[in-house]
Design a protein around this ligand. Sequence first.
Ligand code: MN
Ligand code: MN
Length: 298
Amino acid sequence: MPIEDYLKAGKIASEVREMVRKKDWIGKSVFDICEEVEREIKKRGAKCAFPVNASINEIAAHYTAEPNDPITIKDTDLVKIDLGAQINGYIADTAVTVCYDVQFDGLVQAAEEGLANAMAMIKTGVKASDIGRTIETTIKQLGFKPIANLSGHSLEQYTIHAGRSIPNIWSIGGFSLAENSAYACEPFVTTNEGGGFVRNGQVKNIFAINSRKKTKNEEADKLLDFIWSNFNMLPFALRWLTKEWDEKKARELLEILVKKKAVQAYPVLIEVNEQRVAQAEHTFIPNEAGVTVTTAAL
Ligand code: MN
Ligand code: MN
C-alpha cells in the first residue's frame, strides 16, 4: 500500500534526520557524512531515494560527496543535509541545517519556522500559492530572505519532482493540494545581503536516468542497465557505482551516458550573491482534517 510505504519511509527518514541534527560533524569529511547517513537509512530497512546532499554555506543544494571527497566541515560552516528514504519507490524527502556558529542560528530558525507555519495550514484544497505566501511572510518577518527559485514539489512512486511546485514565495496561480497525495515543502532562506536566488554551479555530482535508449556502446549500456535496475528513475552518485566499476571507468562511462543524454547531470545550486543558505524540509500528505507529516519528528 502506498500510504503505508510513505509512512514507513517517513519514519525512517525522520529518525535519521534527528540523528543528523544532534551529531557533531565538525572535522568530518562530506564523504564520511554522506556515507554514514546513507548507511543509517539502509540499516533501518529503506533504500536511499537519492544520494545524501551535504551542501555547505552558499551552496544551497545538490552537492553530494565525490568518491573519497576530502572537503571537511569547519566550525563556522552551515551545512544542509538533505536525505531521502524510499520503500517500494514511495519517498520521504527531508532536510536539516546543521550549524555550530551561533551567528547563523536566526537563519536556521527562519527556515524551520517557515516550514512549521506552512505545515500548520495544510489540508486538502489549500492553494500552493498561499503556502508560498506564508513561508515568505514568516521568513521576512524574521529579517531574512526566501530563495525564490527553489521550491517544494509533488512526489510520486520513484519520482521526486512529480510536476507540481510548492513555492517559497507568494506567486500568482498554482494548484490546490490534492487529497492523499504526497508533497515535499522546503523553505530555503538567505540573509538580506543575499540575492534570494540560486544559479547553477560548475560542479555536477548527482545524476539520474533520462532515457533507456541504447547508446551502442556495450559497456555504457551495461552501466545504464545497472542504474535502471538499482535506482530506477531516482538520482544516484558516482560513489554508488564504484563497487562494480573502478572510479575512472565509471566516470568515463557516465560521461558517455550524459553526452548521449541517457543520463542527466544536475549542477550544484549556489546563492547568486554567495551568501549562506539554510533549509528545512518535510514530506506530507494532506487530508480533509489537516495533514500527515510523514517525516515529523517522533
Ligand atoms: Mn530534499
Ligand atoms: Mn525535496
